[in-house]
Ligand binder design. Sequence first.
Ligand SMILES: Nc1nc2c(ncn2[C@@H]2O[C@H](COP(=O)(O)OP(=O)(O)OP(=O)(O)O)[C@@H](O)[C@H]2O)c(=O)[nH]1
Ligand SMILES: [Mg+2]
Length: 345
Amino acid sequence: MIVVIVVVVLVLAVGGVVVARRRSRRDRAPRIRAAMPEVLVRDVASRPSLGDVEDLERRLSSSRSLFDRVRSLSAQGSVNEEQLAVVEEVLLRSDVGLSATNEIVASLRESGAPQGVANSLRAALLTSLSADRTVRVRASEGRVPVWLFVGVNGVGKTTSIGKLAQRHINEGRTVVLAAGDTFRAAAAEQLAQWATRSGADIVRASEGADPGSVVHDALGRAQARGTDLVLADTAGRRSNSTNLLDELAKIRRVADREPGEVVETFMVLDATTGQNALSQAREFLAAAAVTGIVLTKLDGTARGGIVVAIERELGIPVKYVGVGEGVDDLIVFNPENFVDSLLQA
Ligand SMILES: Nc1nc2c(ncn2[C@@H]2O[C@H](COP(=O)(O)OP(=O)(O)OP(=O)(O)O)[C@@H](O)[C@H]2O)c(=O)[nH]1
Ligand SMILES: [Mg+2]
């Protein structure tokens, strides 16, 4: 009898501790949220090693190798014309673009690069990459924040959404994915796999359905469930490009109408397409009011200088970069780490 009483008392005590812990965790959650500013401060990489200089040097090895000749230039004395010619050639070959290259070379010539060519080039590149990269995850009171993803087919929209869904969920947000690419059935299927993997909710419709209504339904679901963020996928192709842009403008209007509010529109660009990515982007800019670039496939045969060209030519900040196909392989773009991965000896 005594044994039974002891066991019952023990079970009740342990249960009490567990409930109290859960309660205190629940009590803490709203306080953490209330402390978050209206516009999210800088996003942070969830794993410190991912995206640090050594990690980037490995992943961006094809871009880094283009800068081999600059890294090997002497760090002594002021820069000479022969060295400037090397810098010019390297920048052009790495897709920095003609106008940024001319400007950077002129600034090195003027300063004489007293701290060495690589150091001065580092400073010049960082000056070109000084955009504000804040990402917004909060909408106005009572509205559902939406991140809209646009871009031509195959650039990595769906994959980037999947990776970002995982990132937001790791950071404690709830996410609904809107399968707005109804052009082909496989698109919704691909997004559904990312939803399962990350634990995100998904709203999808059959092939050929109106993408606007998918986004509308996703907003309804998010509002009903108090979801933190909707990530909306879109098709990369239609029968012709005019229709695609019209359709994107329409999706955007739906996503930005109550209860939704588009807080970020990401143009996804494939870094391996180099200067072509720029002309693609220009077509989309007007239709979609882009607030940030997701630059994918920087790990492949890309020439990293395209980041500079994109920011300079388009005036839109690169906010995330894709450095592989895995779920963790999308990192917050950090200019210092990026430039160091190209120029650090
Ligand atoms: N190496 C590498 N591959 C990537 C990266 N991002 C995407 N990919 C690959 O690029 C391919 C196309 O990606 P998707 O996400 O399907 O592209 P999409 O823009 O949604 O294409 P559509 O739906 O046809 O418009 C896939 O094989 C991805 O795994 C990246 O950062 N690095
Ligand atoms: Mg897709």
